[in-house]
Ligand binder design. Structure first.
Ligand code: SAM
Length: 267
């Protein structure tokens, strides 16, 4: 049986209500939003990106966002640092969490643009909305949504970004296909995500806790990028690859990378 079939067997559909793994991921991120739990890797339990400074964001970026949005930040990259966002753009963040990347993008699009963050965890959407009010930002909206079925019309978005989210989806092809659908021709995706450079032991790949920590749902880098290509994207370019630290003796040590890349929907 292939990994793909085995993993899909863990789920019983797209709706969180019927899907035990998705429900467990939502529970995890509800606790992260409420600061009852660290994610991912801060406490050594899950994957993260190892940076020389120990942080993903620059001091200048951190000054621009509320502290509870920084505290809930659970990314493995810094997409707005490499995303080409222009004033007036419509930007979508898939799996926006506490909103940190949306707030940074909101500055880049300016008053004529808009940023839409989407997340399936109500507590995260609530936190992000509160933070948007604190910042007085009127060009950012947060929606409770699943990234496999983006609630936006076709060809309506200039830029899609996502930070450490697609590994959590058991329907990754659907995420890329729908991202392609909503992007305008010539639009771009800027993604940071966890991928594998070795195979995970079965018990890790099937453990809902390890899925929530951005390890269990990660797939081989080549297969991930093949899904991006198969959805129709071109000019797929790697920006960086950063190994994830792992606790001593963890079965996934040395197998997980944070990959940042960009790709284009051909014009
Ligand atoms: C690791 S956190 C990253 C959050 C944010 N991008 C950041 O950098 O802080 C993953 C987020 O993705 C959301 N998420 C996971 N799977 C999702 C799905 N299928 N649809 C929508 N949101 C999802 C979770 O609720 C959580 O808020």
């Amino acid at each position: 049986m292939t990994n793909r079939v085995r993993r899909l067997d863990l789920f019983d559909g797209h709706t969180a209500g019927e899907d035990p793994l998705r429900r467990s991921i939502q529970k995890h991120y509800t606790e992260v939003a409420r600061r009852e739990k660290a994610c991912c890797g801060e406490d050594g339990s899950g994957a993260s990106a190892e940076t020389p400074s120990g942080r993903l964001y620059t001091d200048d970026q951190l000054k621009l966002v509320p502290s509870d949005s920084v505290a809930a930040s659970a990314g493995c990259g810094n997409p707005t640092a490499f995303a080409e966002i222009r004033p007036g753009d419509t930007v979508v963040d898939l799996g926006s969490g506490g909103g940190i990347d949306c707030f940074l993008a909101a500055r880049a699009v300016g008053p004529t643009g808009n940023v839409i963050g989407m997340d399936m965890t109500a507590a995260m959407v609530e936190l992000a909305r509160k933070n948007a009010v604190k910042l007085g930002l009127e060009n950012v909206a947060f929606r409770l949504a699943q990234i496999e079925t983006i609630p936006l019309p076709a060809e309506s978005v200039d830029v899609i970004m996502s930070n450490c989210v697609i590994n959590l989806s058991s329907h990754k092809e659907a995420v890329f296909t729908d991202a392609f659908r909503v992007l305008k021709p010539g639009g771009k995706i800027f993604i940071s995500d966890m991928v594998l450079i070795g195979d995970l032991p079965k018990e890790v790949a099937e453990d809902p806790v390890m899925w929530s920590c951005c390890v269990g749902g990660a797939i081989r880098k080549e297969r991930y990028l093949e899904m991006v290509r198969a959805a129709g994207f071109a000019e797929i370019t790697t920006i960086s690859e950063t190994p994830s630290p792992a606790p001593d003796g963890a079965a996934w040590a040395g197998k997980v990378l944070s990959l940042s890349f960009r790709a284009t929907r051909p014009a």
